[in-house]
Design a protein around this ligand. Sequence first.
Ligand SMILES: Nc1ncnc2c1ncn2[C@@H]1O[C@H](COP(=O)(O)OP(=O)(O)OP(=O)(O)O)[C@@H](O)[C@H]1O
Ligand SMILES: [Mg+2]
Length: 402
Amino acid sequence: MSTDTIAPPPARQVEPAERVWAGELAFLAAYDGGPRPTGWRLTPRAVVTFICGSDGEPLRLPGGAVGGRGAAQDGPGAAAPPEKLVVTRKFVGERDQVERCVVTLAGERGLLLVGEPGTAKSMLSELLAAAVCGDSTRVVQGTAGSTEDQLKYGWNYALLLAQGPSEAALVPSPVMAAMRAGAVARVEEITRCLPEVQDALVSVLSDRRISVPELSGERDAAVYAAPGFTVIATANLRDRGVSEMSAALKRRFNFETIGPIGDPEAEIALVRDQAEAALERVDAPFAVDDAVLEVLVTAFRDLRTGRSVEGWDVERPSTVMSTAEAVSVTTSIALSAAYFPGDRDPLSLVPGHLIGVVRKDDPADADRLLAYWDGAVRRRAQDESRARAWRRLWELRGVLGH
Ligand SMILES: Nc1ncnc2c1ncn2[C@@H]1O[C@H](COP(=O)(O)OP(=O)(O)OP(=O)(O)O)[C@@H](O)[C@H]1O
Ligand SMILES: [Mg+2]
């Protein structure tokens, strides 16, 4: 066997949004040739369309737009965008809210997306960055161990020791790289960083430069932000509160609170689409019927809000019953159905998965789930007009372990 062939690069498990949606982004750049803020790939309106979709309507390129400004940016190798395209909805939420986010970024202000876990804050931040500057990968992941270096810059210690501080030895953080490029930097879970570490962003967002005192006396003693630079941060309400952020930093961000999905139908459709997409990625058929999806998403919503669709009170578990969890449970159920077909009906897997989600925080939540079964599930099972799935779910009460 020949050893000089180069193996193709392994496929990636997750592609950044700008690659997943490269076709749509190129199309939208050509579709809307209007004025755009400095450094932006798309117009603000096209960014909103990219995220919220075109309502199932195909958009048509204006005459002569192919090969126009947007298409030309991607270089000669990039394929010309199609003449018409339906832009998919990626974020389920109010268009107004997405518009506000885009306006914040167009004004080069920091944007902070806050909300419960699993409400697509990170996804929205990634989509915004991909649409605005074509690169969503300049990300700092905030943790309890984050240091200021990770937000500003570090050093290549071998070079530093050999040559002393120099531009070549400087290792820019993703924030610094975004400043140089006039692009979007993302800071995930900012409130998990210590407040004094978070505050490194105050000077970045107000002075728009990072000084490098080690290089003082040289031309590169400060790195300045190019026009277009801005920051999108996310914060999870279950972590250390945003209330602990310094007032100075808060003032430099516009806050947007991302809530759970309001419309049940939209949530069911989203869960189906995302689980289907997950199965497609592993080449497995998706065989979970709508009745199972409806029951599952309804249970998630009842437990999340503390009130059933019928208006009955439901005891809320302390775990967040997020849409993201509903997607992963549906994916697991679909995988079971694909790999172990005929073993068990998908509905019979629902209680086991629900207990797995609910028990994550507080063991007492298992009793709350049982109370949900004895309340809402039982009442629906007794109602002849309801879907059979609720009766089957009630019969499965034993799975909950009491
Ligand atoms: N409104 C929504 N629109 C589209 N997808 C959503 C929505 N809400 C939840 N999801 C689903 O949730 C997944 C996870 O979202 P994401 O990781 O961005 O949440 P998050 O708010 O950042 O959560 P965390 O606080 O745990 O980091 C998304 O990939 C998507 O499948
Ligand atoms: Mg997140």
